[in-house]
Ligand binder design. Structure first.
Ligand code: IPE
Ligand code: IPE
Ligand code: MG
Ligand code: MG
Ligand code: MG
Length: 325
C-alpha cells in the first residue's frame, strides 16, 4: 500500500470518524467536520502508515494512531489560527473567522479529547510506548507554539533559538508519526529512533519551506494568507537572517516595520519582502532547508533495510520539499 492508497485509507478513516460524531451541539461538532473536510496533505498519518510498512507491520493496526495524529494536527491548526490571527486555512475561512473564537477553542478542545479516544483503540502491547511518545510530542508542540508567540515580541532571536522552536512546534510530530508507525511494527528501538531523526530533520526542512511559502508562495495554492508571518512579526528564518545581514540603515527600517500597526499590513508586507529580496534571504533559507533535508536522508540511510523499501519515504520527502502548499 503506497501513495494514493494511503490517501484513500486515511480519507476513509476520517470519514468514518466524522460519521460517528454527534451532530449537536452544532457549534461544537460542525467546525470539526468543516476543518477535516477542507483537505490537507495528510502528511503525518501517511508517515505513520509508511513507518509501519517499512518494518512489514500491519497497517490496520497503525490506523487508529495515524488518525489520532491527523486529528491532533488539525486541533493544533484550529488553535494556531487563533494565535496567529489567520483568516485563511486550506483556502477557506479559518474556524474562528467563520464562527468565532470561543467556538474554535472549544471545538479544538473536544478534538483533542477525541484524539485520546482514538489512541484507546490501540490494542497491542505496544500501547504504553506509543502513548508515552504521543504525550511527550504533544507537550513539545505546545512548548514550541509558546516560544513562537514569545518570539513575536522579541527583537533579537538567534537562528539556534529558531531551530529549537520549530523542532518543537513542527518537526517532532513528523518524527513521532514515523516512530509510532515503526514501533507498532515491532521495529528495534534503534531503528525507530533513526526513523524519528529522519522525520525530525524532514520536519525542520518542512517548516523552513512553510516560512518561505508564507512570503513567496501563490496564495491560491498555499491556501493561507500570504505575508501572515510578516504581519505578525514572526521570527521566521527569513526575518532573523535579514536582521543579521542588514546594514544599520536596513535594520532600522526592518525594526520600524516591526512596530507598524495593523492598518499598514499590505505596505509592510511589500516593504519587508523587498528587503528580503535585496539581501537574497530566500537563497539562505533554501540552503538551510536543503541541509536539513540532507541530514534527514543520512538518518534514513542508517537504517539497514534494502533501498527499495526506503524508496517511498525518500519520494515523499522529496515531494514535500517541492510542494506549493
Ligand atoms: C501546517 O501543516 C502547519 C505546519 C507545521 C507548517 P501542513 O502543511 O501539513 O498542513 P495541511 O494539513 O497539509 O493543511
Ligand atoms: C504552526 O506553524 C505549527 C503548528 C504546530 C500548528 P505555522 O503557524 O507556521 O503554521 P501555519 O503556517 O499557520 O500552517
Ligand atoms: Mg499559523
Ligand atoms: Mg503559528
Ligand atoms: Mg506558517
Amino acid at each position: 500500500m503506497q501513495g494514493t492508497d494511503h490517501k484513500k485509507t486515511i480519507e476513509d478513516a476520517i470519514q468514518s470518524y466524522l460519521k460517528k460524531n454527534p451532530s449537536t451541539p452544532t457549534g461544537l461538532y460542525q467546525p470539526i467536520e468543516y476543518m477535516l473536510s477542507l483537505g490537507g496533505k495528510r502528511t503525518r498519518p501517511a508517515l505513520a502508515l509508511m513507518g509501519c510498512e517499512l518494518f512489514d507491520g500491519n497497517s490496520q493496526e497503525v490506523l487508529p494512531a495515524a488518525l489520532a495524529i491527523e486529528l491532533f494536527h488539525n486541533f493544533t491548526l484550529m488553535h494556531d489560527d487563533i494565535m496567529d490571527n489567520a483568516p485563511l486555512r486550506r483556502n477557506k475561512s479559518t474556524v474562528h473567522k467563520k464562527w468565532d473564537q470561543n467556538t474554535a477553542i472549544l471545538s479544538g478542545d473536544v478534538m483533542l479529547v477525541h484524539v485520546y479516544s482514538l489512541l484507546e483503540r490501540i490494542k497491542t502491547e505496544k500501547f504504553p510506548a506509543v502513548f508515552s511518545i504521543f504525550n511527550r510530542t504533544a507537550s513539545q508542540v505546545c512548548e514550541g507554539q509558546q516560544l513562537d508567540m514569545d518570539f513575536e515580541k522579541e527583537k533579537q532571536v538567534s537562528i539556534g533559538q529558531y531551530l529549537h522552536m520549530i523542532e518543537l512546534k513542527t518537526a517532532v510530530l513528523l518524527g513521532a508519526s514515523l516512530e509510532i508507525g515503526a514501533i507498532l511494527a515491532n521495529a528495534s528501538e534503534d531503528d525507530a529512533k533513526r526513523l524519528f531523526e529522519f522525520g525530525k530533520e524532514l520536519g525542520i526542512a518542512f517548516q523552513l519551506q512553510d516560512d518561505m511559502l508564507d512570503v513567496y508562495g501563490d496564495e491560491k495554492k498555499f491556501g493561507k494568507q500570504k505575508g501572515g508571518d510578516i504581519i505578525d512579526n514572526k521570527k521566521t528564518f527569513l526575518l532573523i537572517r535579514a536582521l543579521e545581514l542588514s546594514t544599520a540603515y536596513q535594520k532600522e527600517e526592518l525594526l520600524n516595520w516591526m512596530m507598524a500597526g495593523e492598518r499598514d499590513g499590505a505596505e509592510k508586507i511589500i516593504a519587508v519582502t523587498a528587503l528580503y529580496e535585496s539581501l537574497n534571504i530566500r537563497d539562505h533559507a533554501k540552503k538551510e532547508m536543503d541541509a536539513h533535508f540532507e541530514k534527514a536522508l543520512k538518518s534514513l540511510a542508517g537504517i539497514t533495510l534494502p533501498e527499495t523499501k526506503k524508496a517511498p519515504l525518500r519520494k515523499l520527502a522529496q515531494a514535500l520539499m517541492n510542494r506549493e502548499n
